[in-house]
Write a protein that binds this ligand. Sequence first.
Ligand code: HEC
Ligand code: HEC
Length: 233
Amino acid sequence: MERRSSLHLFVAALLFFAGSARGAGIQIPEGPGSNLVYAKCQTCHDLQYVADAKGLLPAQWKAVLASMNDYGLEISDQEKSTILNYLTTYLGPNPPPAKPEAQAASIDGKTVFQQSCATCHGADGQGQPGYFPPLAGNPDLFKDSLFPVLVVLNGISGPITVEGKSYNGSMPAFDHLSNTEIAAVINFIRDGWGNGSKASQMKPVAPELVAQQRNHALSPSEMHARRENMESK
Ligand code: HEC
Ligand code: HEC
């Protein structure tokens, strides 16, 4: 067991570095389960593998998931069936036509939050002690105008303290969200759950600001280092 997991770590690290050099941000078609693929399938490699494999037959996708399991992918049975459904539908031999580009006007931060963030940070941004830091009442959202944008674009991983409580987890990058969606979700969390009084002293995030930050993709641990710098300021 010990040997097995250190081998996995090694392979994961290798792929991680290879992957980050090529840059993240590969898009897959949007559909039920796509968020889970973004969350679960980018820990070892970026989604280029997944995008390139489009057109596989259901039995072939099933075999791919079985080999990812062997490599160390950890998912519940329910997540597995959601992912398999997604892959065979949207990346299978006969995918539904792509949805037209989401109308910017209909994007609201609350919906983005519920779809992409609430599973970990809680429906009311309360977090989960020991696992996921709260976003409600979290002063880090305001220490630096860019910080939350960068966390969403790059992910973050490493030990942190929020309001006196420690966390040592890892959040994947959510750079598949559009600039408009990221701006909307940051403005939503900055304004929600009683955070609003501080938000009124800060300029709302514009999609253009998010666009500018995409170029300097950081790894989740580089993001952690940037957070440390912010703390000591
Ligand atoms: C624990 C690490 C890990 C995770 C998590 C992971 N993969 Fe992989 N994946 C690998 C490795 C290792 C390879 C093989 C790389 C090679 O052969 O060059 C790979 C390769 C692939 C390939 C290329 C075809 C193949 O079978 O080699 C596809 C497609 C793929 N992964 C899909 C996925 C999907 C979908 C998920 C999420 C459900 C996922 N991977 C999650 C480790 C992982
Ligand atoms: C898969 C779980 C997960 C999801 C989904 C998730 N996060 Fe996170 N998030 C985390 C974890 C874990 C941390 C802390 C990482 C660490 O310990 O370094 C974190 C940290 C953060 C931080 C930094 C908090 C601080 O005080 O430094 C922000 C901001 C944040 N997340 C915003 C978001 C937003 C916005 C979304 C949705 C777009 C989101 N997160 C989705 C798990 C998640």
